[in-house]
Design a protein around this ligand. Structure first.
Ligand SMILES: [Zn+2]
Length: 173
């Protein structure tokens, strides 16, 4: 597995934000801190968490692109991790949880082809795609859950946030 850092993109964003010195400084510190946190990890730590849910002999042929802006995503077996996510800045552990999440997708897609939404012709086709995507996301969530639980990473806050939103939507309806 290769991890690539996109400095060019980083530089472009720094130039864009250069007019606001405080924002620029905070931005630089946040990105650097998340990157350092990721680098400080022993790679086998997060890799083994992902491999727990993949076939025993799975070997990643993945390139992880550390990017700034856009999103966390998987492209075939490669992964993009956006270091400019507020959640990562608030708690650096989130970057590792999301890395595991995206790697779980990359691993799963070795064995299962991503369905094309445009190919759905019937309700059954559409249901199969929804099931596939639900399973794919579920795998991403479950793969990082053990580490997240062990570290008590944001689970309590997330559940509180979800139940608060639920209460608000009930009150609003
Ligand atoms: Zn996902």
């Amino acid at each position: 597995m290769v991890i690539i850092w996109f400095r060019a993109n980083h530089q472009r964003l720094l130039e864009r934000e250069a007019s606001q010195d405080t924002v620029h400084e905070e931005f630089e510190q946040n990105i650097t801190a998340v990157k350092k946190y990721l680098e400080a990890w022993n790679r086998s730590g997060w890799l083994n968490e992902t491999l727990r849910y993949l076939p025993r002999n799975h070997v990643f042929k993945t390139t992880v692109y550390l990017i700034i802006d856009y999103d966390n995503d998987v492209f075939g077996e490669n992964v993009a991790l956006n270091l400019n996510i507020r959640q990562f800045h608030a708690d650096h552990r989130e970057a590792v949880y999301y890395l595991i999440h995206e790697l779980a997708h990359a691993g799963y897609l070795r064995y299962h082809r991503m369905p094309e939404l445009a190919s759905a012709k019937t309700l059954g086709d559409l249901c199969a795609i929804v099931k596939f995507l639900t399973y794919l996301e579920g795998m991403g969530v479950i793969s990082s859950l053990r580490l997240r639980t062990r570290e008590e990473g944001f689970i309590r806050q997330r559940l509180q946030g979800a139940s608060q939103r639920c209460r608000e939507s009930k009150e609003g309806s």
